[in-house]
Design a protein around this ligand. Structure first.
Ligand code: FES
Length: 238
C-alpha cells in the first residue's frame, strides 16, 4: 500500500497515498471546519472553509480536495486561516436570510454550528436580505432558496447515491441556485423519488421536510451518517 508520511499541526501522520489532507487529519483526530464536503459523494471544494497552509505553497489549499504528499507540512489553525474562515461564514450569513430563531433547522444547522465554533456573534458585512423564492409544491418537502449556501450536497447525493438526478444548478454568480428537473417546481419533478436524501444532506434549513418537528429534524440529521457510509467515494470511483 502506498503510504505517505506528513505533519499536520506538528503531529506526525501516516496516510494512504490516495487520501486527502482532510481525510488524513480527520482520521488522526484533527478537526478542520467543512461545509460543502460530504463523505461518500464526490469532492467539490467550493466553500473554502477547509483551507489550510501547506509549506512550500504560496496559495492556501482546500484540505478536502488536496491529496496528501510525502513530507508535506500542513497547518490548519493559523491566525490567517481563522481570519478567512470567519470571514467566509460571516459572508454566508450576510448573503442569505439565516434567521436562526425562526428556521426549521435551528440547532441542527451546520452553518449555525460553524458560527458558534468560531465565536461569531455579529456580522461585519451588509446584509443582502435576498427575496428568493420558496418552493413548497412538493407534498413532503420544501426548498427555501434564501437559506441555500450552494454547497451542492443535495445535487451530489441525489445523483450519486439515489441515482435520480433531480437536483441541478442553474444561473451564475449571485443568480446561482439549485433547481429540480430543468427548473420545474419540485412537486412536478418526475425524476424525484421522494427519498429525502437531499433533506438529510442539506447543511442548513434550505431543504426541509414540510411540517417537520424538532424530533424529525434530529432523525433526518442522524440519517446523514447513513448516507456517508452508504457508499464511500472510493467504492464509487471503483
Ligand atoms: Fe473543503 Fe468546502 S469543505 S472547500
Amino acid at each position: 500500500m502506498d503510504v505517505k508520511t506528513l505533519k499536520i499541526d506538528d503531529q506526525l501522520i501516516s496516510a494512504r497515498g490516495d487520501e486527502t489532507i482532510l481525510e488524513a487529519a480527520t482520521a488522526s483526530g484533527i478537526h478542520i471546519p467543512t461545509l460543502c464536503n460530504l463523505q461518500g459523494v464526490s469532492l467539490w471544494g467550493a466553500c473554502r472553509l477547509c483551507l489550510v497552509e501547506v509549506s512550500g505553497s504560496s496559495k492556501l489549499l482546500a484540505a478536502c480536495v488536496t491529496p496528501v504528499a510525502e513530507g508535506m507540512i500542513v497547518q490548519t489553525q493559523t491566525k490567517r486561516l481563522k481570519h478567512y474562515r470567519r470571514m467566509i461564514v460571516e459572508l454566508l450569513f450576510a448573503e442569505g436570510n439565516h434567521i436562526c430563531s425562526v428556521c426549521v433547522s435551528n440547532h441542527h444547522c451546520e452553518l449555525q454550528d460553524l458560527a458558534i465554533e468560531m465565536g461569531i456573534d455579529h456580522v461585519r458585512f451588509t446584509y443582502q436580505f435576498p427575496d428568493r423564492s420558496v418552493d413548497i409544491s412538493h407534498p413532503q418537502f420544501g426548498v427555501d432558496h434564501n437559506r441555500c449556501v450552494l454547497c451542492t450536497r443535495c445535487i451530489r447525493v441525489c445523483d450519486e447515491i439515489e441515482g435520480a438526478h433531480t437536483w441541478d444548478m442553474a444561473g451564475r454568480g449571485r443568480k446561482s441556485r439549485v433547481i429540480t428537473d430543468l427548473n420545474q417546481p419540485w412537486g412536478e419533478a418526475e425524476s424525484c423519488t421522494a427519498c429525502g436524501k437531499c433533506v438529510n444532506a442539506c447543511p442548513t434549513g434550505a431543504i426541509f421536510r414540510r411540517g417537520s418537528t424538532v424530533a424529525e429534524m434530529e432523525h433526518d440529521r442522524s440519517q446523514l451518517e447513513f448516507i456517508s457510509t452508504a457508499r464511500t467515494r472510493r467504492e464509487w470511483v471503483q
